[in-house]
Ligand binder design. Structure first.
Ligand code: NAD
Length: 513
């Protein structure tokens, strides 16, 4: 690891001293059991943190609720200025944080840097937005009355995040929540706790330099148990949870039971439709990057390619050829395309998927397998695999979080491909490759893709922060990041003001005393 500058990155991020479980920021409260973070890159122990106990959690919540009272009264553009400074700090720490993301999570260094860039981008977006938290004005039906709506800060926002975007998902939420006047309590994935500590350290520095309470940004460590304490806490009006559909169903029920709000960003099963009019070169780039980027561990990773039978062989051959060029290895080495899976449990799910697809009648056309030997000591490196399959196989309907791509064939019109694409429980990202305007527009129409994201002539993965991000059905229905996603972080209030000496009632009701 030292050859790739990891030691320096850890030092820059204030992580080198936490092996005894001490840390900075509100994680100072933390005194529970030890969580050891091992790198999937080389299997080495990076550092340890302590999990948050129930008692620690209380202290964190007290710090958060107290900070909210200060923070909500700051004018929104001033909150934007703090987020601007946070974005500047991220620019300074981009290389170090990108490297930690790569080393702790296993994605390529380029993708690690890209993830930090997303954090910077959402900060820029939020700074502008801090002057645009607009409500509407309405005409009152009563004379001498004025009606308008305004958005107020909501309170403590609980953020639960997955291992695969260990820093960006937090920033998508916090940058918006902060300009909205909310404070955040974050539970990162127990698989990437150090990314959490690094981000907390960066945020804490900014709040301290501005004499603001660090409770505006709080960190708690641990697995689902501390997550459940958070989701059942009625002091948290909004839980934003990113992860598996299984987790989302638990979180949704717990939050709904106390009538809280939840924003859910859950699993995907994303497909690219390739029609007879597709540009094959673009299709191959989109499909291969979509399937093997981040070793198939993006929520928007391409899992299925649905190809028209007239061009099936041509597309298949081109994708197979591209797979032969892939280099698998240390993600910090920029010569490699594919890094490791997060852990050996993920390797087991990958193996299971490959067995199941064959059991159901599928045919493997690019062999999988776990790599062994020098450079692969962590046991987490697998070969991206391709199987020919049918849309209704159980395994094809399931999201396997690994580089397993299914090629499916369709015949007839694009409606048949759309039916196959929509015929899964998830609804996150989708794409069509076509130069045929009618097919493209049909795909985007109400009778087309049922996903939260529908693209034409780009792949399924790699969203920009300017659009609202999220998906339908078992993906959970939440939207975060751009567009008007900020509204979920605020409470809306309708105000009616009477500037006359009369008190007329609405709907013409008379009530004379
Ligand atoms: P996971 O569901 O195992 O864990 C996600 C987070 O939820 C972790 O922090 C975990 O500790 C917490 N958690 C689990 N059970 C909980 C419970 N009952 N109560 C509270 N918290 C709980 O997911 P993962 O393996 O880390 O991530 C992979 C999954 O995340 C994939 O399904 C992927 O598609 C999805 N994902 C979705 C998006 C999106 O925006 N739609 C983005 C990234 C990842």
């Amino acid at each position: 690891a030292s050859q790739f500058g990891i030691d320096k990155a850890l030092k820059d991020l204030g992580i080198q001293d936490i092996n005894n479980g001490t840390s900075t920021g509100s994680s100072n409260f933390i005194s529970g059991e030890i969580i050891s973070s091992y790198s999937p890159v080389d299997g080495e122990l990076i550092a340890k943190v302590k999990a948050t106990t129930k008692e620690d959690y209380e202290k964190v919540m007290q710090s958060a609720t107290a900070a909210f009272k200060t923070w909500r009264t700051k004018p929104a553009p001033l909150r934007g200025e703090i987020v601007r400074q946070f974005g500047e700090k991220l620019r300074e720490k981009k290389e170090a944080l990108g490297k930690l993301v790569s080393y702790e999570m296993g994605k390529s260094y380029q993708e690690g840097l890209g993830e930090v860039q997303e954090m910077i981008d959402i900060c820029d977006f939020a700074v502008g937005l801090s002057r645009q938290l607009h409500g509407l004005t309405m005409h009152s039906e009563r004379p001498g009355h004025r009606m308008y709506e305004q958005y107020h800060s909501l309170g403590v926002v609980g953020i639960i995040s997955a291992f695969n975007f260990p820093v960006a998902v937090w920033a998508w939420n916090t940058a918006l929540a902060w300009i909205c006047g909310d404070v955040c309590v974050w539970k990162p994935s127990e698989k990437t706790p150090l990314c959490g500590v690094a981000c907390q350290n960066i945020a804490a520095e900014v709040f301290k330099a501005n004499n603001l309470p660090e409770g505006i940004s709080c960190l708690i460590n641990g697995d689902y148990k501390i997550g459940e304490i958070m989701t059942s806490d009625s002091r948290i009006p909004l839980i934003s949870a990113t992860g598996s559909t299984r987790m989302g169903k638990n979180v949704a029920q717990t939050v709904a039971a106390r009538l809280g709000k939840s924003l859910l960003e859950l699993g995907g099963n994303n497909a690219i439709i390739v029609t007879p009019d597709a540009d094959i070169k673009m299709t191959v780039i989109g499909a291969v990057f979509g399937a093997v980027g981040t070793a198939g561990q993006r929520c928007t990773s391409t899992r299925r390619v649905i190809i028209h039978d007239s061009i099936y062989d041509k597309v298949k051959t081109a994708i197979v050829e591209a797979y032969k060029q892939l280099r698998i290895g240390n993600p910090l080495d920029e010569n490699n395309h594919v890094g490791p899976l997060i852990d050996t449990d993920a390797v087991a799910s990958y193996n299971t998927a490959l067995t199941k697809v064959v059991d159901e009648g599928g045919k493997i056309i690019i062999e999988g397998g776990v790599l062994e030997g020098e450079g692969y000591e962590s046991g987490c490196y697998v070969k991206p695999a391709i199987a020919e399959a049918k849309a209704d196989y159980k395994i094809v309907q399931h999201e396997t979080f690994a580089p397993v791509l299914y090629l499916l064939k369709y015949s007839g019109t694009v409606e048949n491909a759309i039916e196959a694409q929509n015929g899964v429980a998830q609804g996150l990202s989708s794409a069509i490759m076509t130069n045929n305007l009618r097919e493209a527009e049909h795909f985007l129409s109400v009778a087309g893709s049922d996903c939260g994201i529908a693209n034409v002539n780009i792949g399924t993965s790699g969203a920009e922060i300017g659009g609202a991000f999220g998906g339908e059905k078992e993906t959970g229905g939440g939207r975060e990041s751009g567009s008007d996603a900020w509204k979920v972080y605020m409470r809306r209030q309708t105000n009616t003001i009477n500037y006359t000496t009369e008190l007329p009632l609405a709907q013409g009701i008379k009530f004379d005393l």
